[in-house]
Design a protein around this ligand. Structure first.
Ligand code: PLP
Length: 448
């Protein structure tokens, strides 16, 4: 019988994360203090983030970073995640390509986000922090942080984008079951929230606003740190556990990927699966292609501009050198909540600029169609975000079919969609439309 799934034993799990910054020929440009335009030092980030995370954020020299033993212990609750050969999907497409996926949906909270939440909660606890804050859109990051905070004995306050708080109640319930306080954003508990509500009492919330609120609360509260589930370099560092496992598992399968594909919000699951393979491209000249799949309604990689911009709407964060649609950009209300962010992480932005990776944009009808095909073929309902990676994979597999080539494609299944069934309902009922942006709209947000 052909082997379908590949696992590592606990003894074979990675003991270090991979820091691609050490191997990049062109390092990411520095983060800047918006007031002085001087490069940020780790100490400048201490008021906001745990100190070790601040150091990891700016570490451009150490290639390998030890995973603390306590974090490795929590990883064993669900890792290794399976590497799966998608025989069912290959057959459904009729492609000679060999398709593999790394199944991060098996984590206790249903997505890859826990890989970084555990690390962040651990370092906060180590440093005597008692409270953590964050923002969440669809709720994936909030649930991961709520669970990790519980495990390490921290209190979590999560600002959830108001429209998701109201329309997607189940992730809110999950966060509350884990003991987190969940606040719909914009709220009256922060100055940033009050300002926005005064101008627009019906504001439905956005990730940018929720970030501003969480950052402000962290700055105003003693022993409280802010955490972020994407975009930042230390987050993709923690996520490299995905690609490091996949590297060993692909070896067990006797193959090496010609393409590595992941969906793209801020870049953490993409970086997580890609960077360990990309090191062989940088150091040994391997020809693997790396493809980030972003939504057509929020196309920072394919249509954004590389420039210094804020990570949040209010302008509390350092200036980040990144591909961006402008920090005032308000993405359409598509169902892949985790992909609705205006910018890309600084590492990925530099890699894209240097031609080490590619990006494609996918509209929401193509992505749900791909997700439904995958669900029928493999029995797993993917998160709406992950559907973008599946759609990009199918595009490549169809090209292989037309060319009669059996290329090896590896994609990351970043999460399952079992708490997102309202989105599938709307897709099946024919209520979803595609959003794409005109060049004028994109230019307008960038110059604001
Ligand atoms: C948050 C999320 C994403 C997008 O975030 P990245 O940092 O780009 O990985 C993708 N998939 C799922 C399931 C998510 O929860």
């Amino acid at each position: 019988m052909k082997q379908k799934r590949f696992f590592l034993s606990e003894a074979e799990l990675p003991t270090q994360w991979y820091n691609i910054q050490a191997d990049m020929v062109n390092k990411p440009m520095p983060l800047l203090n918006p007031a002085t335009r001087q490069p940020i030092k780790p100490e400048d980030l201490y008021p906001l983030f745990a100190e070790e995370l601040s150091r990891q954020e700016l570490n451009q020299t150490d290639r390998w970073i030890d995973i603390p033993e306590k974090v490795r212990e929590m990883y064993t609750y669900y890792r290794s995640t399976p590497l799966v050969r998608a025989y069912g999907l290959e057959k459904a497409i009729g492609t000679p390509a060999h398709i593999y996926f790394k199944n991060e949906s098996v984590s206790p909270v249903g997505s890859h986000k826990l890989n970084s939440a555990l690390a962040q909660a651990y370092y906060c606890k180590q440093e005597g922090v008692t409270n953590v804050t964050t923002e969440t859109g669809a709720g994936q990051w909030g649930t991961a942080l709520a669970y990790a905070a519980r495990l390490f004995g921290l209190e979590a306050a999560v600002f959830q984008v108001k429209i998701s708080y109201e329309q997607k109640p189940y992730r809110r319930s999950i966060m509350q079951v884990f003991g987190a306080q969940v606040i719909p954003s914009p709220s009256m508990t922060t100055r940033a929230g009050k300002d926005i509500l005064t101008r627009d009492p019906n504001h439905q919330g956005s990730l940018g606003t929720a970030i501003s609120e969480a950052v402000e609360l962290a700055q105003m509260t003693p022993n409280c740190k802010y955490t972020l589930g994407s975009v930042l370099s230390h987050v993709s560092l923690h996520q490299t556990v995905i690609g490091l496992e996949a590297e060993k598992q692909m070896e067990m399968a006797g193959e090496y990927p010609d393409m590595v594909i992941a969906c793209f919000g801020g870049g953490s699951n993409f970086g997580g699966i890609s960077f360990p393979f990309m090191r062989h491209k940088i150091l040994e000249g391997k020809k693997t292609r790396f493809i980030a799949a972003e939504p057509a309604s929020c196309p920072k990689l394919t249509k954004g501009k590389f420039e210094y911009d804020f990570g949040d709407e209010t302008g509390y964060t350092p200036l980040l050198p990144m591909f961006t649609l402008g920090h005032k950009f308000r993405p359409a209300n598509i169902h892949a909540g985790g992909l609705r962010y205006h910018g890309a992480g600084v590492i990925v932005s530099q890699l894209l600029k240097d031609g080490l990776m590619e990006a494609v944009d996918i509209n929401q009808l193509e992505s749900f169609k791909a997700g439904c095909l995958f669900a029928k073929a493999e029995g797993i309902i993917p998160a709406p975000e992950s559907c973008h990676a599946i759609a990009a994979t199918i595009r490549e597999a169809v090209k292989c079919k037309e060319a009669g080539e059996s290329k090896v494609i590896l994609f990351n299944l970043s999460g399952h969609g079992l708490v997102d069934m309202t989105s599938y309902d709307q897709y099946l009922a024919g209520n979803l439309v595609n959003y794409s942006l005109s060049d004028e709209e994109i230019a307008r947000n960038l110059t604001e």
